[in-house]
Write a protein that binds this ligand. Structure first.
Ligand code: SAM
Length: 243
């Protein structure tokens, strides 16, 4: 049946995503800096600024991987607050836990292995949820967005930081060349893992554009959804509120 075929395709994608992140976990941070030329740090800083997170807040960083956002939130929420770093992949989560522990951040962070599609938290738990460069790896994005909306408190914010569609067509061409020619080569030279970086380029091209993602967030029950293009739309930061 159609459904049966779809289920196989779903499982294939989940398996592939798992392979990619088990394989890149130990080199993830270095590769991130290299491939984005350090710019991912700026995108993440802007995400933190737009989050509105304050002392005492409870934050979920889903698909949090090696914990860049979690580290920043941990300092913001202070001793009275809490940050949950959640990821489906144990290798990424282990690298994240080691890194944050080395940074001396341990009072207010919890580590949870979880699938964004079925979050193991009570409804109305978090003041803010972030998913950075994670949603495009999730198989059922609508389900994940609904799950995130459920565990947000009323008034809470969801921020989605993700690759998107460059606004300028000329720049878009250059960017495509970079993604499909340069990225897999970098992956090969630096990490001896061209397949993982080919997956990266493909997943970026397949991901919904700005308006589509905005609509998906609204469908999941979020309100006042808006987005900001960063680096000419290479990345977009979407924000929605649960009212
Ligand atoms: N948020 C981190 C950052 O910005 O550096 C890590 C991003 S990394 C590109 C994507 C992460 O999404 C990986 O750690 C991967 O394991 C995780 N992931 C993929 N599918 C997931 C799912 N269904 N639920 C939770 N995490 C998932």
């Amino acid at each position: 049946t159609d459904f049966g075929y779809e289920k196989v395709a779903f499982e294939e994608k989940a398996g592939r995503v798992a392979d990619v992140f088990h394989s890149v976990a130990s080199r993830y941070d270095t590769m991130n800096d290299l491939m984005s030329m350090g710019v991912h740090r700026v995108w993440k800083r802007i995400t933190i600024e737009r989050s509105g997170v304050r002392r005492g807040h409870k934050v979920l960083d889903i698909a949090g991987g090696t914990g860049d956002l979690t580290a920043k939130f941990s300092k913001r929420v202070g001793d009275q607050g809490q940050v949950v770093l959640a990821d489906i992949n144990s290798s990424m989560l282990n690298v994240g836990r080691d890194k944050l522990t080395d940074l001396g951040l341990c009072n207010n962070i919890e580590y949870v292995q979880a699938n964004a599609e079925a979050l193991p938290f009570e409804s109305n738990t978090f003041d803010c949820i972030t998913i950075a460069f994670g949603l495009r790896n999730v198989t059922d994005k609508a389900k994940a967005l609904r799950s995130m909306a459920r565990v947000l408190k009323p008034g809470g914010r969801l921020l989605v930081l993700e690759f998107s569609k460059p606004v300028n067509p000329v720049f878009s061409k250059v960017y495509d060349e970079y993604s499909f020619r340069v990225l897999p080569k970098l992956g090969q030279w630096v990490a001896n893992d061209p397949d993982s970086y080919r997956y990266l380029a493909e997943s970026i091209r397949m991901h919904p554009d700005q308006e589509t993602l905005k609509h998906m967030m609204e469908q999941a029950g979020l309100e006042r959804v808006e987005y900001t293009n960063l680096t000419g739309g290479v990345v977009a930061l979407h924000r929605g509120i649960k009212l």
